[in-house]
Design a protein around this ligand. Structure first.
Ligand code: F6R
Length: 261
């Protein structure tokens, strides 16, 4: 794992957008794993701008989102399909047929989860997976006690996550209690993962995820086992980390980061 500390949330989002753009240019058929949430909005804004101003090309890319609420149709403004259309897909030249989210309305949810896993395999697996982190330390919706080898499945949302996300619903009580999510094991199979966390409210959980012991109580700690994981944080989210001097040294001195400094 490597930790990159940027001065502001904007700088952190900019760095992530530039990393995605770089990979997309090198590999136009990129299979991109996507996250939703407030943190990602400014990354998608930037990718949309790069498409408009620099012709960043999404035409051959394929995307897989981490999760979707159970019981919300794609047309529901609170669904993650709606979020993705609104924040990214409508603003770039991705072929919507190549954008995938689990179907939270499927009659047979277990079959839907298996089909989602099979589709990822058919597309050759995820090249680059973007992640946020929730207050429980979830990645995707892998709430506490998610098995470190879990696969795509239905997961009950924890009270902390319901408190985190229900204000985004017009009627907070209508937030679904369950979601389909890629498993921790599914996420760990991506060739590269990048987690973005910004703001003081993420400082405690970032420190536990990066420097704490690996535990299924905090699914983001499993990223410590990933061979190519980058955590991008702003100063506020980095505030509780112990090893900041070392992390800063790496970013300032390692040649691979030179184009991004
Ligand atoms: C959503 C997802 C979640 C969020 C996390 C952070 O697809 O995977 O893990 O990334 O809940 O959400 P924000 O960015 O709203 O704090």
């Amino acid at each position: 794992m490597e930790v990159i500390i940027q001065s502001t949330p904007e700088a952190a989002a900019e760095l992530l957008a530039r990393l995605v753009a770089h990979d997309l240019r090198v590999q136009p058929h990129l299979v991109l794993g996507l996250a939703t949430g407030r943190t990602m909005e400014s990354v998608y804004d930037r990718l949309a701008r790069m498409h408009r101003e620099q012709r960043l090309d999404f035409s051959l890319a394929r995307t897989f989102n981490l999760d979707e609420y159970v019981g919300l149709p794609a047309t529901d403004p609170h669904s993650y399909r709606h979020y993705m259309n609104e924040h990214l897909f409508e603003h770039v030249n991705v072929d919507l047929r190549n954008t995938h989210l689990p179907d939270g309305m499927a009659q047979d949810l277990d079959a839907e989860c298996q089909a989602y896993e099979a589709l990822m395999v058919k597309c050759g697996g995820i090249d680059l997976q973007l992640l946020g982190i929730g207050q429980t330390g979830h990645i995707g919706f892998n709430e506490p006690l998610s098995a470190l080898r879990s696969r795509t499945r239905v997961k009950a949302l924890s009270p902390i996550t319901i408190a985190q996300n229900s204000p985004l619903f017009a009627e907070p009580a209508q937030m679904p209690r369950r979601a389909i999510t890629m498993g921790v094991g599914t996420i760990l199979e991506a060739r590269r993962v990048i987690l973005l966390a910004t703001g003081a409210s993420k400082a405690d959980i970032v420190a536990k995820a990066v420097e704490g012991p690996i535990t299924s109580m905090i699914s983001a700690t499993a990223l410590q086992m990933h061979p190519r994981c980058t955590v991008i944080v702003d100063e506020a989210a980095a505030a509780k980390l112990q090893g900041v001097d070392y992390y800063r040294w790496i970013f300032t001195n390692e040649p691979e980061w030179e184009p991004y400094r």
